[in-house]
Design a protein around this ligand. Structure first.
Ligand code: ADP
Length: 593
């Protein structure tokens, strides 16, 4: 930057120098020419005067007319501002306009006299001791009948010639200075005019560089600069359209990335994280700005993932892998790694897409466990039935006492199988209907549901001498499916009776509380210890298998309750401690005012 000079200051001094040198040269040549010309014209003028005088004095140039000639010279000389001298061929001066000829020395050795006596025009320039100044002389021969009768010499002081020349030089100098000043002003103006569009181009280029690509340069009249301005405008337009395309593509990409459920990591060849999307922020519980620009090993402390990134960076094609993020709970990740290449095809990094399949994995586990549990539940009664049937076939059929007993056992197990299958079918039906939103809710009174349950359970409660007490406002109503809700409450009351001792009390009450309908089944039974409370709603989960089977339970009752309550948009809660009984409460949506 330091060495840069403005274009104006590069152009202008050169203009000035060129102008000055040309004007000086012209002035010098002109002055020399004028000088020569002036000398020539002075010489010609003196020649003409000498010629005139020659004509006047012709035939008189001799000693006899000396006085008259001298007088004539003294009259004519001052009148024409010229010194006139008449010289005889011997060199003797017989007349002079300004001096006394008698006092004048012999002129025969004067160069102009010599030339004239030889018949030519004599011209000389020298200092005159007679008049004490520099003079210019012109001498002509006076011819009489072909002979030289004498010489007419005219002269003027050089002072006058010099004065005239000086005047001319002064004018030339003044003219030159005027021209130089004018040229300086004109070249300043021209330099300015050349500079102006270039300055405009510079300003425009700066605005383009600052990102103002919608700005357009004014196209000047100068052809080359106009072409440059047009080229710059075209370039800006193209850049603008490319930027717009890039921006809209980036926005699209942004939208795609942020709406993806999968976590996306863009990693460069040195394992640095270049980009992450929102799902990745959620998966690693770290904001993007703390991951981007740093090594993947530094920001995500998962060795399985590091190994996968290494593999993806080394591979030529898409690689896949399963990664487990250990923790509470474990997370199962399906990973895809695709190499990223630049325009030349060289590898610059990898795109890693991570899909959290924990939920799928959990569902798969639940399904697998369920199949195992169902098989297990069905196997016990079937093995038992098969065993007793074989025993009967092998002869026990003829033993009337055992036969009855065996058939009773077979019937009991068959009923159990039937119950399990019934409960499974109920469960799957509720699940399907809830999924398809086919469960129909209607405005109905809660008391009717509770009383229907009480009626169903009457016998088994009486068998165990258990009192079932209902407490519910008759007007309490809500949007429910009465059949399903009856089934849910029935399961709860059935459990309460099953897991209570003889002679205890089971409370069944319902009320409106905090905008909800709460139906509670409270017993004084064996209770459930804390570690089981979270799991009793799972299918086939039983705290005490033997007691449940003994009481005719399938392990599906509470799972059915939970599904029915969910289908109503409500929730189920349990509070219980061993030996102190249990309280199951169904919370349903807002009751009608
Ligand atoms: P089950 O058919 O075995 O009763 P449920 O799904 O209805 O199956 O209940 C799951 C388990 O929860 C039962 O096996 C039992 O251990 C426990 N349980 C349910 N209700 C009660 C209760 N009122 N008192 C004590 N334990 C209960």
């Amino acid at each position: 930057m330091g060495n840069r000079r403005k274009l104006l200051w590069q152009l202008y001094p050169s203009y000035l120098v060129i102008t000055f040198v040309s004007v000086a040269a012209i002035a010098w040549f002109a002055s020399a020419a004028v000088k020569t010309l002036y000398f020539q014209s002075t010489t010609d003028d003196l020649k003409a005067r000498a010629k005139l005088i020659e004509e006047i004095i012709k035939w008189q140039l001799d000693h006899d007319h000396a006085i008259a000639l001298d007088k004539l010279c003294k009259e004519l000389g001052p009148a024409i501002a010229t010194r006139i001298t008449l010289i005889l061929p011997s060199g003797k001066v017989i007349a002079d306009s300004h001096e006394d000829p008698a006092q004048m020395e012999d002129h025969s050795i004067r160069p102009e006299f010599k030339d004239a006596i030889a018949g030519n025009v004599g011209v000389a320039q020298r200092y005159s001791f007679s008049v004490h100044q520099e003079m210019m002389y012109v001498a002509l021969p006076v011819l009489e009948k072909g002979d030289v009768a004498g010489v007419v010499r005219v002269s003027v002081p050089m002072v006058e010639v010099a004065a005239v020349l000086n005047r001319i030089y002064l004018q030339v100098a003044a003219g030159s200075i005027a021209i130089v000043v004018l040229a300086a002003l004109v070249s300043l103006f021209i330099s300015h005019r050349i500079n102006k569009p270039i300055t405009a181009l510079k300003g425009g280029a700066q605005r383009f560089a600052e990102g103002d690509l919608e700005y357009r340069l004014e196209v000047p009249h100068t052809e080359e600069i106009a072409a440059l301005a047009e080229a710059m405008n075209t370039m800006a337009a193209q850049l603008h359209s490319r930027f717009s395309t890039v921006t809209s593509q980036r926005n699209e990409l942004e939208a795609v990335l942020s709406s993806m459920m999968e976590a996306v990591l863009v990693i460069d060849a040195s394992e640095r994280v270049l980009r992450v999307n929102q799902s990745a922020e959620r998966l690693f519980d770290t904001p993007a700005h703390r991951m981007e620009g740093r090594s993947v090993r530094e920001v995500i402390r998962r060795t399985d993932l590091h190994r996968f990134v290494e593999k993806a960076l080394a591979a030529d094609q898409t690689v896949e892998g399963d990664i487990v993020f250990r923790g509470a709970p474990d997370r199962f990740i399906q990973a895809h790694g695709t190499p990223l290449k630049d325009a030349n095809g060289s590898r610059i990094g990898a795109l890693v897409v991570l899909n959290d399949v924990t939920r799928l994995k959990t569902l798969e586990n639940i399904r697998r466990d369920f199949v195992t549990n169902v098989s297990h539940e069905l196997r016990t009664p079937i093995t038992s039935i098969k065993g007793f049937l074989e025993t009967l076939k092998e002869g026990a059929i003829d033993d009337p006492e055992n036969r009855e007993r065996f058939l009773d056992i077979i019937l009991k197990h068959t009923n159990r199988l039937n119950m399990i299958i019934e409960d499974l079918l109920t469960l799957s039906k509720i699940e399907q209907e809830a999924e398809r939103k086919e469960i129909h809710l209607e405005e109905a009174n809660i008391i009717n549901v509770l009383e229907a349950v009480s009626k169903t359970c009457k016998n088994i409660a009486e068998e165990k001498n258990i009192a079932l007490l209902i407490n519910c406002d008759e007007k309490l109503a809500g949007r429910i499916n009465p059949t399903l809700l009856e089934q849910a409450v029935l399961n709860l009351v059935d459990n309460a009776i099953k897991y209570s001792d003889q002679g205890s009390i089971v409370h069944l009450d319902a009320r409106a509380s905090d905008g909800e309908i709460v139906i509670r089944v409270v017993d004084q039974g064996c209770g459930i210890s804390r570690e089981h409370l979270d799991r009793i709603f799972e299918r086939f989960y039983r705290v005490d298998k033997a007691r449940s089977r003994q009481a005719g339970g399938t392990g599906l009752g509470l799972a059915i309750v939970k599904h029915i309550v969910n289908a109503h948009g409500g929730r189920i809660e349990v509070r219980s401690s061993p030996g102190e009984g249990s309280t199951f409460s169904i919370h349903l949506g807002r009751p009608k005012e």
